[in-house]
Design a protein around this ligand. Structure first.
Ligand SMILES: C[S@@+](CC[C@H](N)C(=O)[O-])C[C@H]1O[C@@H](n2cnc3c(N)ncnc32)[C@H](O)[C@@H]1O
Length: 269
């Protein structure tokens, strides 16, 4: 039987998640701008609280159809509550491994979600099946091993970050998934695959540097308790990582670049 603490690692904590809520297509999924137009049908897999999904629905308009799915009942509840003013937008609690519908979509998008799946190939096979002939599958994901900070973050945050990567790896998640996606897309039968860099760089001169670079304090706040509970770090190490990293942001921190790739393919007609 699977160890419950490991199978729970992909679950988003129930607390309000400011990282997910500030995302839009423009600032966090701009690879989709090539595809989005009024009237399109779009499936957003691992939609979280639906911030990017709402932004997609604004672009597909009242003649479009946008469905966001996520296994978290809390996130789907939040997403549904905030969706009411947008026609053509709906949300459903579902897991990508078991999700099915007779609908086929012009675009299936999956952002920052395969990084949390121990069987990304099985998920890609489901998603490929849900794309219309001639439609597109657009994946966006991280290589967490290639993040860069200038200068290096404080030791306490480095310790937290390394523990976070080990905790993820031990659950079967691929920390470098962005760089392995092209091969996986070929494996599930796409003949041609496009890869584009979508690095997210934030620097001190920008007004939102302190908000964007704080991502890792937010991860330590939201996900950190799970690492403490499973013995990867202590509570005082978690708290020190947050305090020292926040100080780094306010003082010596200059920039942070998160490594993300968009990996996209067209379903053969
Ligand atoms: C980091 S969030 C990404 C949210 C959003 N796509 C974004 O880019 O902001 C990852 C999401 O994947 C969802 N997730 C985890 N396991 C999943 C599964 N088996 N099927 C579908 N979604 C899953 C989580 O609940 C979470 O909302």
């Amino acid at each position: 039987m699977a160890d419950q603490s490991i199978t729970d690692r992909a679950k988003m904590p129930v607390a309000y998640n400011p990282v997910l809520e500030r995302r839009t297509v423009e600032n966090a999924n701009r690879n989709l701008l090539t595809y989005l137009r009024p009237g399109l049908s779009v499936l957003d897999v691992g939609c979280g609280s639906g911030a990017i999904t709402r932004s997609i629905a604004e672009k597909t308009g009242p003649t479009g159809y946008v469905l966001g799915i996520d296994p978290s009942p809390t996130l789907i509840e939040q997403a549904t509550q905030q969706a009411h003013t947008l026609p053509g937008l709906s949300f459903q609690q579902a897991d990508v491994y078991s999700f099915d519908t007779t609908e086929r979509f012009d675009l299936v998008t999956c952002a920052r979600t395969l990084q949390w799946l121990a069987q990304p190939k099985a998920a890609l096979l489901t998603m490929k099946r849900l794309v219309k002939p001639g439609g597109y599958l657009a994946i966006l994901d991280f290589n967490h091993e290639k993040i860069t900070w200038t200068p290096e973050p404080p030791q306490a945050m480095r310790l937290f970050y390394d523990a976070f990567l080990r905790w993820r790896q031990d659950a079967g998640f691929d920390n470098a998934i962005a760089d392995n996606l092209k091969e996986l897309m070929y494996d599930v039968g796409f003949p041609t695959v496009q890869v584009s860099e979508q690095f997210e760089r934030t620097q001190k001169s920008e007004s939102d540097f302190s908000v964007v670079s704080r991502l890792w304090s937010e991860v330590a706040e939201l996900r950190g308790p799970q690492l403490v509970e499973s013995g990867y770090i202590t509570e005082s190490q978690r708290q020190l990582a947050i305090t020292e990293y926040d100080y780094w942001i306010a003082t010596t921190g200059e920039s942070m670049t998160v490594y993300l790739l968009a990996v996209e393919a067209q379903h053969p007609v």
